[in-house]
Write a protein that binds this ligand. Sequence first.
Ligand code: HEC
Ligand code: HEC
Length: 389
Amino acid sequence: MYILENIKLKAATLVGISLSASLMLTSASAKETAIDGGVKYDTKKGKYTSYYVNDQKVKYNHGRTPTEREIRAWNIDVMPDGTGLPEFDMKHGEVVLGEDGKPKKAQGTVEQGGELYDAQCVMCHGDFGAGGKGYPRLAGGTVSTLKNQLMNPADENPNPDAPIRTIGSYWPYASTLFWYIQDAMPFPHPKSLSNSETYALVAYLLSINSIKIDGEELGDDYVLDREKFLKIKMPNAKGFYPDVDTKNPHDGPKNIQKFMANPKNYGKGTKCMKDCIKGKVPVLKIQNELKDFQPAPSTKRDWFVPENKAAHPMQGAYEEKCSACHGNAAIGAPVVGDKDAWAKVTAKGLDGVYSNGINGINGMPPKGGVDMSDDDFKKIVDYMIEASK
Ligand code: HEC
Ligand code: HEC
């Protein structure tokens, strides 16, 4: 039962706003209905107010059956066992054909992935996946630091650094990576990457996390396809469940107890109930398997530079440096051309707008994450305001 006082619509007005007349229950054609077809029952004795009931017999006539192509474009989930992992290339739900007219094999190299990354991902995720300011890091972190957190509870852990969780150090399966990227990224244009492009990006991201496949390092020329993908073992694959034999129903709980009771597996490393910290607490040594891949979060980013065919002197700079975020409403940036949005921004006065932009605010990185002078930045802001009047 739904009580939908707030969105009720007079049945008589439904036709007027071009919802199908069949939305109304025949038995209730004279009654008021809610937008979901719920029928209004008036206040009767004993009832505190009128109420709506949707008995689900309503024929909505909303929407339509999705096309085969639409289903293909949306049905792109990939399971850890490889179910759904594509063998052939597809983009926007259409099979990509090779020169021979046959479906093209889906595959991509680390190098291709790097190029795609620089064109479509670096503006948010930073150089080499360094992340920064609300945009997640895509590289670095180690499985051993994750383990250290488990083994050294905060009360005794002299190491204040929280472990860095990234796709490389934390995600147990690469299938999630493939699926996530294709389903959700690049942020403003999800589902725009082909299967081959996604393989290339996964290859690149694994390579900057120095993850090997079947013992092989992922150099620039490494080609990732379905077959090789199925051999990926993510470093933290076993990090979510302790490796305890629970097959025998009688021994399972016993084995788990044994595992948890061993301080080497879980806890401080030694069993201790009283005066546990004696003398100097040893500084935890973090084994850093990925030493070379701990890029500092960047504030400076490289930008993809399109050809400058600007009509306004600052339009090119805007398109290069700001349009990834300001060209659409996906992440809440005021969209250039949106009069109301910019009227709100500029209401506080130009000085405030400049300083918010230069220092950064919420999802807006300082100067948009680009290294430039205050003056140049202000000129671009002036253009954005001008273009939004
Ligand atoms: C406009 C900014 C933007 C762009 C461009 C972008 N991303 Fe993201 N990405 C995000 C944000 C924000 C999140 C976090 C989303 C969340 O957690 O809900 C994210 C999350 C991710 C994650 C998951 C990270 C984690 O540890 O949870 C991956 C992987 C990823 N992006 C890959 C990519 C790839 C590959 C591209 C380029 C094809 C790309 N992104 C482009 C903003 C962006
Ligand atoms: C990574 C995404 C991103 C990039 C790149 C980016 N912006 Fe923004 N920008 C935002 C977001 C998100 C906001 C809204 C912040 C808020 O108020 O919550 C914003 C807000 C602003 C504002 C309004 C500040 C205010 O006072 O409210 C200005 C001005 C601005 N950006 C200028 C620029 C310029 C110029 C560039 C390019 C040099 C740029 N931005 C690049 C995300 C971005």
